[in-house]
Design a protein around this ligand. Structure first.
Ligand SMILES: C[S@@+](CC[C@H](N)C(=O)[O-])C[C@H]1O[C@@H](n2cnc3c(N)ncnc32)[C@H](O)[C@@H]1O
Length: 308
């Protein structure tokens, strides 16, 4: 062996470098998960891009026809509403708390659906002429719900009060709290300013029937059900999804009567018919969805993030 060859240092690689342990290769499952996640992010980007293009196209079409470019309230108006509700104190407005203290009871996909419903609730409130004081309570810090929120750009800036590791019983005076549950014997009348209405943020495919009611009574809270059967006849059960309950409260708090609010909010599939009317009076044309989908909020439109 000549000396030149002897002096040549051995090539150092990750596996031969002293003090380095070779990294364990990812399992097939982990690789699959990584691939799926990357695909999802890519799909979301494309979707957002398409939405932006569609909006631009619509604006251009409206402009060409000499029509106003948007039908909804302007950003300025939405901001004004937000500022108004933020400056009101809790005594002057109706408060709603979405109870997100069910983190450990939901599967991953239901956590995502639950957070999607929260986004929908935020949008409904933002667009309402009279927004309510909105709280998201009982979020476990770094828990599943929190992690799912983090996937939504700008979620921290939504005009909502987030409460981490604190539930509604620790935030509000018990005497001024009503937990809404369909099992309650009390019927809700008009939501009252200064009072807090709690809605369960639970997507459970009805596995935990009566759980919210049970927790509320254990906590010594008053409960109330929505006056659905008092105003409409329905073909199906009266358990609504969290965001439909919120929309109903918003409408009624803003002065709409229950019958109209119910017919405009709950899906056609439920076959709601006003008590005093012979014909099926459904005011809002909505796409059909199964009861299961409806209750779990599967029909919540996947929408672009609202600007905060
Ligand atoms: C999909 S439901 C949750 C069902 C769950 N199994 C339970 O124990 O209530 C979501 C929430 O909407 C509210 N809710 C649904 N239907 C209601 C009704 N008819 N009256 C009052 N609240 C209702 C409740 O706060 C409930 O926790």
């Amino acid at each position: 062996m000549d000396t030149e060859e002897q002096e040549q240092p051995a090539e150092i690689t990750l596996t031969t470098c002293p003090g380095t342990t070779p990294c364990t290769p990812l399992s097939k499952n982990q690789l699959k998960k990584q691939r799926k996640l990357a695909e999802m992010v890519e799909m979301r980007k494309l979707r957002r891009q398409k939405e932006r293009e569609k909006r631009k196209e619509k604006k251009a079409q409206a402009k060409a026809l000499g029509l106003p470019s948007s039908v909804g309230p302007s950003r300025k108006e939405l901001k004004r509403r937000q500022v108004t509700v933020s400056s009101q104190n809790a005594e002057d407005s109706v408060n709603v708390a979405i109870d997100l203290n069910y983190d450990d009871l939901m599967q991953e996909r239901d956590i995502a659906k639950c957070v999607k419903q929260c986004l929908r609730i935020y949008t409904i409130n933002r667009r309402s002429e009279q927004p309510l004081h909105l709280h998201f309570t009982g979020i476990k810090r770094d828990g599943h719900i929190h992690e799912s929120f983090k996937k939504n750009d700008g979620w921290e800036n939504w005009n909502v009060q987030y409460h981490f590791d604190r539930t509604h019983t620790e935030i509000f005076q018990k005497q001024k709290v009503t937990y809404l549950t369909c099992e309650s014997d009390t019927v809700l009348e008009k939501p009252q300013p200064g009072h807090t209405y709690v809605i369960g943020g639970l997507v459970d495919h009805n596995h935990f029937k009566g759980l919210c009611h049970q927790r509320a009574t254990t906590d010594g809270l008053s409960t109330a059900r929505l006056p659905l059967s008092e105003h409409v006849d329905m073909k199906t059960r009266s358990v609504l999804s969290t965001f439909h309950v919120f929309e109903l409260l918003t409408r009624v708090a803003a002065g709409q009567d229950w019958t109209e609010a119910i017919l405009e909010t709950i899906p056609q599939r439920k076959g709601a018919k006003a008590k005093d009317s012979k014909e099926t009076k459904t005011l809002k044309e909505q796409p059909e969805s199964s009861e299961e989908q409806e209750q779990q909020g599967d029909n919540v439109k996947d929408q672009a993030m609202p600007e905060s």
